[in-house]
Design a protein around this ligand. Sequence first.
Ligand code: AMP
Length: 195
Amino acid sequence: MRLILLGPPGAGKGTQATRLTEKYGIPQLSTGDMLRAAVKAQTPIGLKARAVMESGALVSDEIVVGIIADRIEEPDAHNGFILDGFPRTVAQAEALDALLARKHIRIDAAIELVVDAPKLIARIVNRAAQAQAAGHAVRKDDDPEVFKTRLEAYFRDTAAVTPHYRAKGLLREVDGMAGIGAVSKAIDAILASAS
Ligand code: AMP
């Protein structure tokens, strides 16, 4: 099973990807997680990406395509994977198409979690407040102002990725404002008919 999860930041892609990882025994390839690990380890990529990420803007296509190209080669991704947070631009989607074509593999479905922006901001403000109340560190990019920049980047650059997969007949839309259980059910129904 090779899946792409699409949708704005805070839509629940990470939650669904984690669940699907367990269900299908395939890894979640989250460029956000990989970049955060690179920042923490202060690798050359991490050093380059840090300020961009903290501002809520997108890291360069070249960096993220390179990260994904390497990650897809790892043995645990041979039988499938869930892409979470990638591709985020049409150029990334085209680079992924070329990468997969070279490997003679195909995506089974691109699932978009459809959400509305004002509700999303409320959700993220809540997430930051809960983390703070529990004594956890709040992700710098979950700061409400930075989150707005991330949403703007989404609507400016990433929303155009959806038509890319629609044109290929791979796009499936799910109501991302429903509860986690309902979203899970809707995704499972789609995957049951895709496999
Ligand atoms: P995420 O956890 O997926 O919301 O990603 C956190 C941040 O990492 C984003 O706001 C971007 O700065 C960066 N990032 C993650 N994935 C990508 C991507 N595919 N293209 C560009 N930047 C990315």
